[in-house]
Design a binder for this molecule. Structure first.
Ligand SMILES: [Zn+2]
Ligand SMILES: [Zn+2]
Length: 359
C-alpha cells in the first residue's frame, strides 16, 4: 500500500519513566503479517506499572526481565487492516476491523502445543517486547503468531476497546464457575471487575455482591447487575456477608482489587471449602496466614491469567448488550497527551475508568 507513510507517530518506552513521543519507521507486512491503522488504544494497569518501573517488568530486584526495550506500549488496541503480507492465515481483507489477543504465543512450547497458549513459556505480549510493538502508535504490525479477531464495523470504539479487558473478565468468571446456588463476592470493580459483573450476571448466581472503596464504581456495578454493593471503607463487610449467609460466608470470593487487604478480607468472609479466585496483580508481596487455606477452611485456590478462548463470546456479548459497557471508557486523549492519559489511568482522576489514547 503506497499510502502508508514512511514514518509514524509512536510512544516509545526506553526505561522506567523514560517514555518519548517520537517519529519512527512505520512497520510493513512481511510473510504472514498484517498492518493495522490504529483507531484507539486503551491504557492498562500493566502499562502504568511499566511506566512507573515495576521490578517484574524491567528485571530489577533480581527478577527476570520481561520488557524488551525500546518498545511501543499498548495491548488494548483496535485498528483497520491497511496492508496484508503474503500467506496470511485466515480470510482477512483490507479495511477489516481487528482486535487481537494481547498474547502472541510462540506455538512451540509445551503449553502452546497442548492448547494452553495463554501460558506460553516465551510469553510475548503486544506492547512489552519490541518484536511485538503495541498500539500506542499510528500503525501496528499483527505478527504471524498473533491471534486476531474481527470486530463488527458498527461497534462504537468505546465498546470495541473493552473487548480485551472484558475477555480477561470472562476468563476469570469461567475459572470461578459459579452456579445459581452460589453467593459470589467480587472485590474490586474497576474496568475488569465491571466486566466480571456482566459475565457473572450471565451465570445467574444466587447472590452477587460487589465490593469497592469507590462509591462511583459501586454505583456502576449496581447498574451493571450486582445484587448488592458494599464499601469496605464504610461498613463491616465480613460481618455483613456472614449475616447474609447464615454465618457461613460466601461460596466464591473473587479478588480483583489488587489491594493486599482484600486478600485477608476474602479469607475471612469465604465459607469453609469455598473457592477463592485470585485475579489481581499486586505491587508487592501479600502476607496472610496461609493455614486458613488448609487447616481451617480447606479452600480451593485458583489463579487467573489473560483471556483464552474468550474473544468470540465477548465480542458477541458486548454487541448484544449482555456485557454492559456504558460509560466504562470514560476518557480519550490524543496520543500527544499520553502523559495526561497515563495520569488519569493511574489515579482514577475525575472518576475515570478506562482511559484510551487516539493516535
Ligand atoms: Zn490490559
Ligand atoms: Zn509457547
Amino acid at each position: 500500500m503506497s499510502n502508508i507513510p514512511k514514518t509514524m507517530k509512536a510512544l516509545v518506552a526506553y526505561a522506567p519513566g523514560d517514555y518519548r513521543l517520537e517519529q519512527v519507521e512505520t512497520p510493513r507486512a512481511g510473510e504472514g503479517e498484517m498492518i493495522l491503522k490504529v483507531e484507539a488504544c486503551g491504557i492498562c494497569a500493566g502499562d502504568v506499572k511499566a511506566l512507573h518501573g515495576a521490578p517484574s517488568f524491567w528485571g530489577l530486584d533480581g527478577q527476570a526481565k520481561y520488557i524488551k526495550e525500546p518498545v511501543i506500549p499498548g495491548h488494548e488496541f483496535v485498528g483497520k487492516v491497511v496492508e496484508i503480507g503474503p500467506n496470511v492465515e485466515g480470510d482477512w481483507k483490507i479495511g477489516d476491523r481487528i482486535c487481537p489477543e494481547q498474547i502472541v504465543p510462540c506455538g512451540k512450547c509445551m503449553f502452546c502445543k497442548s492448547g494452553r497458549y495463554w501460558m506460553c513459556e516465551k510469553h510475548d505480549l503486544f506492547g512489552f517486547q519490541n518484536n511485538v510493538n503495541g498500539g500506542m502508535a499510528e500503525y501496528v504490525r499483527i505478527t504471524k503468531e498473533a491471534r486476531p479477531y474481527k470486530v463488527p464495523d458498527d461497534m462504537p470504539i468505546e465498546q470495541a476497546l473493552l473487548i480485551e479487558p472484558y475477555s480477561c473478565s470472562k476468563h476469570c468468571v469461567d475459572r470461578a464457575a459459579p452456579t445459581n446456588e452460589d453467593v459470589v463476592v467480587l472485590s474490586g470493580v474497576g474496568t475488569l471487575g465491571l466486566g466480571m459483573v456482566g459475565g457473572l450476571r450471565k451465570r445467574n448466581p444466587k447472590l452477587l455482591i460487589a465490593l469497592d472503596m469507590n462509591d462511583v464504581r459501586l454505583a456502576k456495578a449496581k447498574a451493571f447487575g450486582a445484587d448488592m454493593v458494599m464499601n469496605p471503607g464504610k461498613e463491616d463487610v465480613v460481618k455483613k456477608v456472614k449475616d447474609l449467609t447464615g454465618g457461613y460466608g460466601c461460596d466464591i470470593y473473587i479478588e480483583a482489587s489488587g489491594h493486599p487487604s482484600s486478600v485477608q478480607q476474602g479469607l475471612d468472609m469465604i465459607r469453609k471449602m469455598g473457592r477463592f479466585v485470585e485475579f489481581s496483580v499486586f505491587g508487592s508481596p501479600v502476607t496472610v496466614d496461609w493455614s486458613i487455606i488448609s487447616d481451617r477452611k480447606e479452600l480451593d485456590l485458583l489463579g487467573v491469567h489473560l483471556s483464552p478462548y474468550s474473544y468470540d463470546s465477548v465480542i458477541q456479548w458486548i454487541g448484544d448488550g449482555t456485557m454492559p459497557t456504558d460509560g466504562v471508557v470514560s476518557h480519550k486523549f490524543p496520543l500527544e497527551q499520553w502523559q495526561t492519559g497515563f495520569e488519569y489511568a493511574a489515579t482514577g482522576k475525575d472518576n475515570s475508568f478506562k482511559v484510551a489514547l487516539i493516535p
